[in-house]
Structures are given as C-alpha cells and as structure tokens.
Design a binder for this molecule. Structure first.
Ligand SMILES: [Zn+2]
Ligand SMILES: [Zn+2]
Length: 271
C-alpha cells in the first residue's frame, strides 16, 4: 500500500557523503584482510554500535535510563562518531517514527512510503534534515547537546584523524569506514525489513514491527517488536536467547553508579 507524499527533494550533500564512505571501504584492497584488521573492525564496531543502541537509541531517543550531565555529553560525543546525524535530530525523528509507526505519519514505513524510501531514502530527503529543537526540549535545554547536534560531523572527523594517526590507513578503513557502513545497514534494515519481512512477533502491537534474532544479536540487543511494545524499556531482549549485550552493559554501569535509573517492565524480564 502506498500513499502520495510530498515530492522528494534530495540532499545531494548528504547523498555524496553517503556514497563517499561506501567507496572509501574499497580501501580494503590496499590495506588487505588479516587478523589485525579484523580485530580493529571488531573493536571499533562494538564500541560505536554500543554508543548507537545504548546511547542514541535507548538513552537520547527513549530516555529509558538516567545519568548525569557529563556522562550524557560523553555518550552523545561517542554516538556522533557513528555518522548517523546529530543526536537531537536522531532522537526527534525516531520519536516521530514511534508516534506514527506504520501509519501515513511515519517518516519511514515500508507500508506507506515504499521500501526504498523507508530503507535509506528518507534521511536523504531535504524535508527531514532539519533538527526540530522545539520537539525535543528535554534534550535541547543542554547547550552542549545542541552544539554536538549541529557539529556532529566534528567527532567523526576527529576520530578518523586520530585513528589514522595511531593505526594508519587500516585504522581508517577497518575502524571508521566499514563499521559506519555496517551500522547504516543495521539501521536501514530495522527501518524497512523489521517492519515488513520475516522474523517473529512476540507481542501484538499496532504497527508491523518484528524481531530478527541475528540482527538483534549483532546490534547488541535490538529486538524491534519487543522494542515497539515497550519503547521506554532499557532492555530489549526478552528470552534468555535474545542476547542483549547493550542491556548487560547498562546493568554494569548501574552497579557502578554511572546509570542512576534503569526502566525495565516486568514483561521483558524472563522468569
Ligand atoms: Zn520501528
Ligand atoms: Zn526506538
């Protein structure tokens, strides 16, 4: 089912950056494939994916746990290296997705806006690229977050320079570019496939969200149907086999006192 929407005005700047990072991954032809590079990939992907799921998603978009201002700023800084836009932009557009998931109001529903648009078209559309600061006042009251949102490219460029300086071109390609594309693919998949294809639905929801187990494990605990049923939960895995390393890390941070409150409904706590 598709519905008429405003004509797409592509952001050629964003599209060029998107293509450039993909092309940069061809650097593997120069740096080669070896155990050291795989370790770089694993390390950088894990840390940055953690910042994306635990930081951008579970903290800034859903406020599913609480922390003080300094760790909050550090989390936004680390999350900005994922190259998925500013932290306030990400939180605001994602909250809009939840409010109207799989309705004509959704920003990226494969049922209404088409598969390609929901997969990777919507964020290249000029009409969705502005950060609506008024819509995320709980976050935009912090000037450091507003600054990071506006200059979100800076942490990515700084991290890339630092990685290149310390680990050489292998660090840039295997630590920065390839994990960036992997995280994009994971996010794209959630926006399109996880609302229309295969997987399983643990909970009845008004939207079409579904869990994809392997994706959930790789994404450090993103189970999209569980999440749409309980968006305010810090935990997304429900059964023991729905591995949720993101939530595991939050429990450790809670014990250390860095996380001051964790929201987990009893329905997501295995007996
Ligand atoms: Zn969704
Ligand atoms: Zn969400």
């Amino acid at each position: 089912m598709t519905e008429a929407r405003a004509p797409v005005a592509w952001s050629w700047g964003a599209a060029s950056a998107y293509v450039a990072v993909h092309v940069g991954c061809l650097g593997v032809l120069v740096t080669g494939f070896n155990a050291r590079n795989l370790l770089i990939l694993l390390g950088f992907f894990t840390v940055r994916m953690w910042a994306l799921t635990v930081g951008y998603h579970r903290y800034f978009a859903h406020r599913s746990y609480a922390m003080e201002r300094v760790p909050q700023a550090l989390l936004a800084l680390l999350g900005s290296t994922c190259l998925q836009g500013g932290v306030l932009w990400w939180a605001e557009t994602h909250r809009r997705h939840h409010r109207g998931a799989d309705t004509p109001e959704d920003l990226h529903s494969p049922h209404f806006q088409g598969w390609f648009y929901s997969h990777f078209g919507w964020f290249l559309d000029q009409q969705h690229r502005e950060t609506r600061l008024d819509a995320v006042r709980d976050l935009s009251r912090f000037p450091e977050l507003v600054w990071l949102d506006r200059w979100h490219i800076v942490p990515f460029l700084a991290a890339t320079l630092l990685t290149g300086w310390t680990l050489g071109w292998a660090g840039v390609v295997w630590g920065m570019l390839i994990p960036t594309v992997m995280m994009w693919e994971i996010t794209h998949w959630v926006q399109s496939f996880s609302h229309c294809f295969a997987g399983y639905r643990r909970f009845e929801t008004r939207d079409q969200s579904r869990n994809h187990w392997l994706l959930g494990v790789i994404a450090l605990g993103e189970y999209h149907n569980n999440h749409h049923r309980f968006p305010g939960s810090a935990r997304q895995g429900s059964a023991w086999w729905e591995l949720d390393l993101g939530y595991g890390s939050l429990r450790v941070l809670h014990r250390l006192g860095i996380v001051t409150r964790l929201n987990v409904p009893k329905e997501l706590t295995p007996p």
